[in-house]
Design a protein around this ligand. Structure first.
Ligand code: IPM
Ligand code: MG
Length: 367
C-alpha cells in the first residue's frame, strides 16, 4: 500500500516537531511494510511570508489530494499585527473548513510516567485521567458573521449552528463514547444561549438511538469548574467550537501532559463521496520563543502520527507501535524540558535526540 501525506510544518516549533514526526512515520512504514510519499504545504506565517496569504490555494489542493495531513503549529509575534483575515490563524481555520473536518478529537490523557506533572492533588487523579473532548470545528462563532460598526465603537461575532451541524458532531461523540466508557456529556450554555438549546434538544432526540450511552448535560461554566474539581467524572465531552477550544486547553493542562497531547480532525468527504483526509496536529501552539533551538517536545506530534495511522490510514497495529514507542522512551527516562521533573533516572534531551529515541524504539520493537 502507498499513502500520500501532506505535511504542513507552519511556524515556530512547527517545523522542528513535524520533522521528527515524519521520521517516526518513515520508521513505522518500514516496519509494517507500507510506502509513503510526502508533499509539503506551506500555511500560516510561513505562507504569508512566501505567498502573501495564510493558506495558498495550492496548499489546500495538496492537502485535499493527500491521504492525511500532518500539521505542526501556526502563528507568532511577527504576524500579530495583521488584520484578522490575514493572520496565520486564518489559514488554520481555512484548512479545517477546506477539508470539511468538522469533528476535532482531543484526547486528554495522563501518561502514568508523567503523573508528577499534574497540577491537581494526586487524590483527584488517582488511577489516571483519560478524557476525550469532541469539539465542533467548522462552525459556530469562529465562522459566524462578524464585523464592526461604521464608527468602530462596537463589534460582533455570531454563534450560529444548524441542526445538521450539531447532529453530525454529536454522532461522532456518541460513537466515541461507545468505544470508551459509554458516557457522553454535552457541554453548552443552554440557560442563556438559543444555539445551546438547539444542541441540547438535538442531543436528547438522538439519545434513544444510543441506549448504551449515558447522556448528560452540563453548562460550560460548571464544566470548567468540574474539570479541576473532579475530572475523573468525564469520559467524552462533546461541545461547540469555542467551548471546545477553551475546555480542551483546560483538560490537557489538567493531565499535566500538555506537551504530549495530539489531536485528530475528521469528518470530511471527497468529491466522489469517499472519506476525506483527516488533519492531525499537536494541541500545543507554535512556541516561537523556542523555535529552531532543539528544545521543543516532539512527542505530541509523534502521537498525532499515531492518530493519523489509526483514523485515516486504518493501520491500527502501526498506530499502536507508535504509541508503544512513545511509552518506551518515557519509560527509559527520556524527557524534553517541558516534561522533565528533575527526578533521578531522567535524561534531559532536545527535539532531535527525542526523535532519534522514538525512531529507534519503533525499529527495535519490530525485530
Ligand atoms: C486551537 C487553536 C486555534 C483555535 C487557533 C490558533 C485559531 O487555539 O487549535 O485550539 O482556536 O482553533
Ligand atoms: Mg485552542
Amino acid at each position: 500500500m502507498k499513502y500520500t501525506i501532506a505535511t504542513v510544518p507552519g511556524d515556530g516549533i512547527g517545523p522542528d516537531v513535524v520533522k521528527v514526526a515524519v521520521a517516526a512515520l518513515e520508521a513505522v512504514a518500514k516496519r509494517f511494510s507500507f510506502e509513503l510519499s510526502f508533499v509539503e504545504a506551506p500555511m500560516g506565517g510561513a505562507a504569508i511570508d512566501e505567498f502573501g496569504e495564510p493558506l495558498p490555494a495550492s496548499s489546500l489542493e495538496a492537502c485535499r489530494g493527500s491521504d492525511a495531513v500532518l500539521l505542526g503549529a501556526v502563528g507568532g509575534p511577527k504576524w500579530d499585527n495583521l488584520a484578522g483575515s490575514e493572520r496565520p490563524e486564518a489559514g488554520l481555520l481555512a484548512i479545517r473548513a477546506g477539508l470539511g473536518v468538522y469533528a476535532n478529537l482531543r484526547p486528554a490523557l495522563m501518561f502514568p510516567q508523567l503523573a508528577g506533572a499534574c497540577p491537581l492533588k494526586p487524590s483527584l487523579v488517582e488511577g489516571g485521567l483519560d478524557i476525550l473532548v469532541v469539539r465542533e470545528l467548522t462552525g459556530g462563532i469562529y465562522f459566524g458573521d462578524r464585523g464592526r460598526s461604521a464608527d468602530g465603537l462596537s463589534a460582533w461575532d455570531t454563534e450560529r449552528y444548524s441542526k445538521q451541524e450539531i447532529e453530525r458532531l454529536l454522532e461522532v461523540g456518541f460513537e466515541a463514547a461507545a468505544k470508551r466508557k459509554n458516557r457522553l456529556c454535552v457541554v453548552d450554555k443552554a440557560n442563556v444561549l438559543e444555539s445551546s438549546r438547539l444542541w441540547r434538544e438535538t442531543a436528547k432526540a438522538m439519545g434513544p438511538r444510543w441506549p448504551g450511552i449515558e447522556l448528560s448535560f452540563m453548562y460550560v461554566d460548571n464544566a470548567a469548574m468540574q474539570l479541576v474539581k473532579n475530572p475523573r467524572q468525564f469520559d467524552v465531552i462533546a461541545t461547540s467550537n469555542m467551548f471546545g477550544d477553551i475546555l480542551s486547553d483546560e483538560a490537557s493542562m489538567v493531565t499535566g501532559s500538555i506537551g504530549m497531547l495530539a489531536s485528530a480532525s475528521v469528518g470530511g468527504t471527497r468529491p466522489d463521496g469517499r472519506e476525506g483526509p483527516g488533519l492531525y496536529e499537536p494541541i500545543h501552539g507554535s512556541a516561537p520563543d523556542i523555535a529552531g533551538q532543539d528544545k521543543a517536545n516532539p512527542l505530541a506530534t509523534v502521537l498525532s502520527v499515531a492518530l493519523l495511522l489509526r483514523h485515516s490510514l486504518k493501520l491500527e497495529q502501526a498506530a499502536r507501535a507508535v504509541e508503544a514507542a512513545v511509552s518506551a522512551v518515557l519509560d527509559a527516562g527520556f524527557r524534553c524540558a517541558d516534561i522533565a521533573s528533575g527526578m533521578i533516572g531522567e535524561k534531559l534531551v532536545g527535539t532531535v535526540a527525542m526523535g532519534e529515541a522514538v525512531v529507534k524504539a519503533i525499529a527495535e520493537a519490530g525485530k
